[in-house]
Design a protein around this ligand. Structure first.
Ligand SMILES: Cc1ncc(COP(=O)(O)O)c(C=O)c1O
Length: 396
């Protein structure tokens, strides 16, 4: 097979073909019962997801973003007895993430505090969280601001250091909202991601490890009060939509999405296993390539490779990307702009001093094609194209 085999980032048609009989049957059941809003599939998905994740409650939502917002709003209502956090309430997170992580903090009324990331995993660096909290409690941050929580993002499918993060949260009395948008089915030790913090927020965006046929999300928690408040918020803010208590939303998960997701949930372990195989093959083949840094996995279980993202050194990332494109190989940059550099966060966030790793990452990262049903030959074709570029580049 030549190095110029075309390889897309992701071709969801393959997944559909693989599961077609199950998905079509699930959709047909919805067509028969016609219960489109909070139909039986939503409750069934919530039950099965709770079981799978090992949490007491899960609540289907209209997107991962909404799951984050609902969790934060419920936390504000529960802990402050107010509809929203206020600007003095700070939430520590990473700025090397999708916009929604930080945006949800603003929408819940709080202030994001961006701290630097770890250079190996791109995940939030617990040492930098601690550094911020220690300086802050020692009075370096004057005024009435108070850190209330942490949002770790399990970026690219790799678990954050949850032992360290939960220890810090306990020590400083903070909530932890896990952003699990990219890591459904991933674990840390023997616990599923999304079951370790106070709450978890998942996305069912079609390209995710568990993806629907449109937008969808899920909130997970062991806290009955947070579950109850979130359920009210997603249905306009009340137990009874004609007599509401809180400022709510219409943020329900569609029955049809739940039906598709129920069918796909039965494949999640198989598919995450396939992703790990693809990730390991890439890593083994590219590990010794000069100028390329492959993702490091602390343990076999903590990376479910939503993305396989390399670092390209010596300022050659964009040149490699163009060269791959010429060979018919797609790649993506997640993320080209850290949240700290986006206009919406200017004047609305606190940024830790020395964000060197966050600043460098957008110029170095490159996500290569990744999907569970990729053939080894496709992976090897991408590998050859990367190596060819390196060889040509160095002799030029
Ligand atoms: C890290 C992260 N957080 C939050 C979201 C938001 O999820 P959604 O697109 O379902 O609103 C996404 C995905 O798009 C994401 O990747």
């Amino acid at each position: 097979m030549s190095a110029s085999m075309r390889v897309p980032m992701l071709d969801l048609r393959r997944e559909y073909a693989y599961m077609k009989a199950d998905i079509d049957a699930a959709i047909r059941r919805c067509l028969d019962h016609q219960k489109w809003i909070l139909g039986p599939e939503v409750a069934e998905l919530e039950e099965k997801a709770a079981d799978y994740l090992g949490v007491r409650h899960t609540i289907g939502t209209s997107s991962g973003t909404d799951a984050l917002v609902l969790a934060l709003r419920a936390l504000a209502i529960k802990t402050k007895d107010r509809e929203y956090f206020d600007k003095g309430d700070q939430i520590i997170t990473t700025s090397f993430t999708f916009t929604a992580t930080g945006d949800a903090i603003l929408r819940a009324g709080a202030t994001p505090v961006f701290v630097d990331i770890d250079p190996d995993s791109y995940n939030i660096d617990p040492d930098r969280i601690r550094q911020y909290l220690v300086r802050y409690t020692q009075g370096a941050r004057a005024g009435s601001a108070k850190v209330v929580g942490i949002i770790p993002v399990h970026l690219y499918g790799q678990a954050c250091d949850m032992d360290e993060i939960t220890a810090i949260a306990k020590e400083f009395g903070l909530f932890v909202l896990e952003d699990v948008a990219q890591a459904f089915g991933g674990s840390h030790g023997n616990r599923k991601l999304g079951s370790i913090g106070t709450c978890g927020a998942f996305s069912f965006f079609p390209s995710k490890n568990l993806g629907g046929f449109g937008d969808g999300g899920l909130l997970s928690t062991n806290d009955g009060e947070i579950a109850e408040i979130s359920r009210m918020l997603l249905k306009h803010g009340g137990r009874d939509k004609y007599d509401v208590e809180h400022i709510g939303y219409n943020a329900r998960l569609d029955t049809l999405q739940a039906a598709v997701l129920l069918a796909k949930l039965t494949y999640i372990d198989e598919f995450n296993g396939r992703r790990k195989h693809v990730g390991s093959l890439y890593a083994a083949e590219l590990r010794k390539t000069e100028g390329i840094v492959v993702p490091l996995s602390r343990t076999a279980s903590d990376h479910v490779f939503h993305q396989f993202t390399i670092r390209v050194l010596h300022g050659r990332r964009d040149a490699l990307r163009s060269s791959l494109k010429e060979s018919g190989i797609e790649s993506m940059v997640y993320y080209p702009v850290p949240l700290t550099d986006m206009k919406v966060f200017h004047e609305r966030c606190v940024t830790q001093e020395n964000m060197a790793v966050t600043k460098r990452a957008p110029h170095e990262v490159l996500s290569l094609p990744m999907e569970p049903l990729m053939e080894d030959e496709e992976v090897l074709s991408v590998v050859r194209a990367v190596r060819d570029f390196q060889v040509t580049g160095h002799s030029a």
